[in-house]
Design a protein around this ligand. Structure first.
Ligand code: G3I
Length: 406
């Protein structure tokens, strides 16, 4: 009995005092908490794909997802819940016409951000890809007014969109710290001008035809920034106003002769930002670099050159939609592919940390479980730093290492 008691005492005390004879089992590695490693003032965020996964009462609620989200990120953005499809129609009465907007999904994401002290980024007010069908299907050219109108009410499309921007910004006043006012207005082929015109007969929802460019005119981005600035001033919201795009992140640093023929999309986008800055009544704070990259892409000099170009304009940058996709074609990612991907994430992290006018980085999701990539990029996937089982991948540890080394 006495012997048993001594043995018990030894089992309890020896490890506590640190003189265990046998080597103790290594402690499980503490989970990474990215947000605690980011320096003050830099944002680390993720897109939330769907309000169902963050709503405890919903059948799709994902507790592990929520834990990882809150542990790692200080900022969120809705992947889809703020997009044009919340715009349900136009209703007219004695007092004129107004927009009908369903804020229910977006509100749940905003409430989640509030409850968890997360910053909320607003994506997106004006995006040609998400024009609601009720609008595009009933739009016609009105020869008398010499403009495109919404057929049922004969109102110019310009007026409807201006009101929509006002309504959405007013609804989220004080909740959204930064808006993507316009997304992807610049085409991705030389000479990087507007996308092809929209045509009700030939354009399907997935094609690159710019409804806003056709119905409002090529200066619709500038106009949108005038409207957004006016609402921000009137409501006193103090939100930052951004233009957001993809393939606009690499700049060789050699200035081309003018604005008419930019050599890269990065130049075309910064030229557009410059035009917005010089449009009376408009205001722009910065430009989003979406950064939908291929695993193995390394950010460095060309991105720093770009940041300097924006610094000269007095504008900020934000990495808004980072992921680094892997060609899978039905297979699992190899170790080599995961290492390449880790290098991509580390290089973007270093760029964000080392460049003063970059506000931070947002990932387009954080787990492969809910990523948009397999649905949109055939054969590709596994682009995020947590796998489909929501376990960390080498990309996460590479970010952690870059942060600790900074
Ligand atoms: O929610 C409906 C669902 O009810 C329906 O059954 C299903 C059938 O197709 O569609 C579902 O909606 C889909 C939605 O994603 C949510 O999964 C839409 O069809 C689909 O078009 C939509 O795709 C989104 C895409 O933007 C289109 O706006 C992607 O999730 C989203 O990741 C992607 O995000 C864009 C950024 O906004 C801008 N930058 C590029 C980025 C990637 O393409």
């Amino acid at each position: 009995m006495r012997l048993r008691f001594t043995a018990l005492l030894a089992v309890l005390l020896v490890p506590a005092l640190g003189w265990a004879a046998a080597p103790a089992k290594p402690l499980a590695k503490a989970p990474v908490a990215l947000k605690t490693l980011f320096p003050q003032g830099k944002l680390i965020g993720a897109a939330v794909g769907n309000d169902a996964i963050i709503t405890p009462s919903n059948a799709h609620y994902d507790a592990a997802y929520n834990r990882t989200l809150l542990q790692n990120f200080n900022t969120i953005v809705a992947e889809n819940a703020f997009k044009g499809w919340i715009w349900k129609g136009r209703a007219c009465g004695e007092r004129g016409c107004h927009n009908v907007i369903d804020f229910s999904h977006a509100d749940r994401i905003a409430a989640f951000a509030r409850a968890n002290h997360l910053r909320l980024r607003g994506h997106v007010l004006v995006y040609y890809h998400v024009v609601p069908a009720w609008l595009s299907q009933q739009t016609k050219y009105d020869a008398k007014q010499r403009t495109w109108v919404y057929a049922p009410t004969h109102e110019p499309i310009r007026v409807l969109l201006r009101d929509y921007v006002r309504d959405v910004m007013t609804h989220f006043k004080g909740q959204v710290f930064e808006w993507d006012v316009v997304n992807e207005a610049v085409s991705d082929k030389a000479p990087f001008g507007p996308w092809p015109a929209w045509n009700p007969e030939t354009c399907s929802a997935t094609q690159h035809c710019d409804f806003w460019e056709t119905t409002i005119g090529p200066s619709y981005p500038e106009r949108a920034f005038v409207w957004a600035n006016a609402v921000d001033q009137q409501t006193g919201a103090g939100a930052q106003l951004f233009y957001n795009d993809y393939n606009n992140d690499a700049y060789n640093g050699i200035d081309d002769p003018g604005f008419s023929h930019p050599l890269t999309k990065a130049e075309a986008v910064s030229d557009l930002a410059y035009k917005i800055q010089h449009t009376p009544g408009a205001h722009i704070d910065g430009v989003g670099l979406q950064a939908h990259l291929k695993a193995g892409t390394i950010w460095g000099k060309r991105q720093r050159n770009l940041a300097r170009r924006y610094q000269k304009l007095g504008l900020d940058l934000m990495v808004t939609e980072l992921d680094a996709r892997i060609p899978l074609y039905g297979k699992r990612p190899t170790r080599r592919q995961l290492r390449q991907q880790a290098r991509t994430y580390a290089s973007v992290t270093r760029f964000v940390l080392g460049t003063p006018n970059v506000q931070g980085m947002l990932l387009w999701g954080f787990t492969d479980r809910y990523s948009w990539i397999p649905r949109w990029q055939h054969g590709w996937g596994a682009g995020l730093p947590f796998n489909a089982q929501e376990q960390p991948k080498p990309a996460l540890f590479a970010m952690e290492k870059a942060l600790r080394a900074h």
